[in-house]
Design a protein. Structure first.
Length: 318
């Protein structure tokens, strides 16, 4: 009898040990899934040599169906990266179906704060809170985070460059702490259009940790707002490569802001930007045509949609 009881205890002990081992393996798997969810975007994006970017702003909700937008994205030959611009006037939760559906056919660059909304966030805390709320609500759909949009724009972002830079740094620190991919967009302009040149602003106000570690540094430029002036992009990106030695570089916004621009003008502009050469070894394209929904949806028999799609296909060996 004693031998029988001893064997029963041994079997019980073995079951307990196996149960503990089983629970340990389950916890490891669960932790791995959480880590993968947090790091997944970095795995998908770290080896991207070129990006086909388009922008979806918040001006189409009442005139264009989301299904038409998704269909236009799904039919592109190259999987696009879509900047989704979020309005401060809408609850973050409203964007869940948009992010969820678009995330199935495209990479997502979330823009929680457009440049025109920057001044609405009066403090560093409120700006960081916006990103925290966006991350908690939309993080599982998002591949990249725009921590600052057209950050050196004068007046419309506010009149305190240091405060703007501090806000951006807070968003950068938060997204980096989550293992997220950070994108920073600067604003280019014709000579003497602003008091501080773009390069000088970036050098002066951004902290070293951003200049050394931000994942992407993009440049927004609208030639219609600058009397058709064409910057020396070779020179600009060569300088930016020195300031941001570990960042990938590209164009962060473009498009025609002229309400009277015809199809021919827009086609020429698309070819100019989406056809840009590789200015530096870390140049990844981007472009992010701002008026993509307005100009390219519906996509059937749409020459502007076709041109962006065909330009992207040419860049596969970029």
């Amino acid at each position: 009898m004693e031998e029988f009881i001893t064997r029963c205890r041994m079997v019980k002990d073995m079951k307990f040990k196996y149960k503990k081992l089983y629970l340990f393996f389950l916890s490891c798997i669960f932790a791995g899934m959480l880590f993968a969810q947090e790091q997944g975007s970095k795995v998908r994006f770290q080896n991207q040599d070129s990006i086909l970017g388009i922008t979806i702003d918040d001006s189409w909700y009442e005139t264009v169906k989301l299904e038409a937008v998704v269909n236009a994205l799904k039919n592109m030959k190259t999987k696009p990266t879509v900047r989704i611009v979020m309005s401060k006037d809408e609850p973050v939760s409203m964007y869940i179906p948009i992010f969820e559906k678009i995330g199935k056919v495209a990479y997502i660059l979330a823009c929680p704060v457009d440049s025109y909304d920057m001044k609405s966030y009066k403090t560093v805390y409120s700006y960081k809170k916006r990103f925290k709320t966006a991350y908690e609500t939309l993080g599982k759909y998002t591949d990249m985070w725009e921590i600052g949009n057209e950050i050196n724009g004068e007046d419309w972002l506010g009149k305190n460059p240091k405060l703007i830079a501090d806000k951006v740094a807070a968003a950068y620190d938060f997204i980096k702490s989550k293992g997220g991919i950070t994108v920073l967009t600067a604003y280019a302009f014709a000579p003497e259009m602003q008091k501080i040149e773009m390069i000088d602003w970036l050098k002066t106000y951004l902290p070293p940790r951003i200049k050394n570690n931000v994942d992407y540094l993009l440049v927004s430029y609208y030639e219609d707002d600058n009397e058709g002036f064409q910057p020396d992009w070779w020179k600009i990106f060569a300088v930016l490569e020195n300031i941001f030695p570990n960042s990938k570089l590209g164009i962060g916004e473009c498009g025609s802001t002229d309400e009277n621009a015809d199809e021919k003008t827009k086609l020429s502009m698309i070819r100019h930007y989406y056809g840009m050469p590789k200015y530096t070894k870390n140049f990844i394209g981007g472009y992010f045509w701002w008026y993509w929904v307005q100009d390219c949806v519906p996509h059937e028999n749409n020459v502007l949609w076709e041109e962006i799609d065909s330009q992207a296909a040419k860049k596969r060996g970029f």
